[in-house]
Design a protein around this ligand. Structure first.
Ligand code: ZN
Length: 83
């Protein structure tokens, strides 16, 4: 069986974004949920949290990011969804 996923990743060169984790490079340990401006860049146009694959965030920071995004949503700083 041919692994279609492998072919896909090979053919679609994709967007070459920074591979480094944004928080690691900037030395941010705790992600502030009140800082919606920096949180916004990790959200899709539908206000969904973008996957690690797209943003290049490391596992540790992705977990913290998800937590703070959810926190920000609860505090109505970020929408849960846009329409
Ligand atoms: Zn990181």
């Amino acid at each position: 069986m041919i692994n279609t996923r492998m072919i896909n990743t090979r053919t679609t060169s994709g967007l070459q974004k920074q591979k480094q984790c944004f928080f690691c490079t900037n030395g941010i340990n705790e992600i502030d949920y009140k800082d919606t401006k920096s949180l916004q860049r990790f959200l899709s146009s539908y206000a969904k949290i973008l996957p690690r694959k797209k943003t290049g965030t490391c596992a540790k920071h992705q977990r913290k990011l998800a937590q703070s995004v959810k926190r920000a949503r609860h505090m109505a700083l970020i929408p849960y969804t846009t329409r």
